[in-house]
Ligand binder design. Structure first.
Ligand SMILES: O=C(O)c1cc(=O)[nH]c(=O)n1[C@@H]1O[C@H](COP(=O)(O)O)[C@@H](O)[C@H]1O
Length: 275
């Protein structure tokens, strides 16, 4: 899905919600354990219940890799179940020397090779340009670079002063020369709402992937106050607060209710900026 198509979906659905598929097999309703692939069954029902309310799904690969072969199979089958009207983001936080990055890119982007063809991948910037560019060599795919993360430890390095501002500002400025806003997004945690105004100086109309609303306590209103751009420019992710809203048989309906609450707030926020 390219930038134009993503913006179209945001307009159609009046939503910039990303549902995080952090599907912990220990937390899914017990009755699903009778299915051949309980995680896939869970994800399918979540997707069926929410796809008209969100514009992206983000499986976090840790929850799948941790289950070995069965987990990879759940991830592959989930990737192929994500509808075309939603951006498929694999949250893998990769990045390595060039030839290794190319293999990571093949793993998540090249359907003929791995059975998966996500639209976008989260990447750690620490190893620099030659660790990121192999992902950009795959046509029409997005890199979502970690800039300012939502966790407490994000402050350990990301706020260090450099001659080009703080390290996360430096990351954005540098990465802007690797690809435009049609191929590059940045991760900015919802718990850092006060920084959005500043980030928009460096990335005025880039899409920002914003995790941290819901279980981590970030505020959608605060993020939007400073973060919305003229093309919307936000994908706000929530994982646990949606997918684990109930541990009973009604989990998919409850997930829909939680997604609907966020979508309704988003609709108002989009209207306010005339989007
Ligand atoms: O790259 C991410 O998505 C990410 C970056 C970040 O700074 N903080 C963060 O929480 N995430 C991811 O976003 C999701 C947040 O999940 P919830 O806290 O359950 O909504 C998890 O998959 C995290 O790995």
């Amino acid at each position: 899905m390219n930038r134009k198509q993503l913006i179209e979906q945001i307009k159609i659905k009046k939503s910039f919600l990303c549902v995080g598929l952090d599907t912990d097999i220990e937390l899914i309703p017990k009755f699903l354990l009778d299915f051949e692939d309980p995680v896939l069954e869970f994800n399918k029902r979540i997707i069926d219940a929410t796809h008209d309310l969100c514009v992206a799904y983000k499986p976090n690969s840790a929850f799948y890799e941790s289950r070995g072969i069965a987990g990879w199979k759940s991830l592959i089958d989930t990737s192929n179940y994500i509808p075309e009207t939603c951006l498929g983001i694999i949250d893998a936080k990769r990045g390595d020397i060039g030839n290794t990055s190319t293999m990571y890119a093949k793993a998540f982007f090249d359907h003929a090779s791995s059975g998966m063809s996500f639209d976008a991948i989260t990447i750690a910037p620490y190893m620099g340009s030659d660790s990121v560019k192999p992902f950009l060599a795959f046509e029409d795919k997005w890199v979502i670079l970690l800039a300012l993360t939502s966790n407490e430890g994000g402050k350990d390095f990301q706020f260090i002063d450099t001659e080009n501002g703080r390290l996360f500002e430096n990351v954005i400025q540098k990465a802007n020369s690797w690809a435009g806003n049609d191929r590059m997004m940045y991760v900015v945690g919802a718990t850092r709402a006060e920084e959005f105004l500043n980030i928009r100086k460096f990335a005025p109309d880039h899409f920002l992937l914003v995790p941290g609303v819901g279980a981590q306590g970030g505020s959608l209103q605060e993020v939007c106050k400073y973060g919305l751009s003229e093309s919307c420019g936000l994908l706000v992710n929530s994982s646990r607060s949606i997918i684990f809203a109930s541990s009973g048989e009604d989990f998919a309906e409850r997930a829909r209710e939680e997604a609907k609450k966020l979508q309704s707030e988003m609709e108002i926020l989009l209207e306010e900026i005339g989007f």
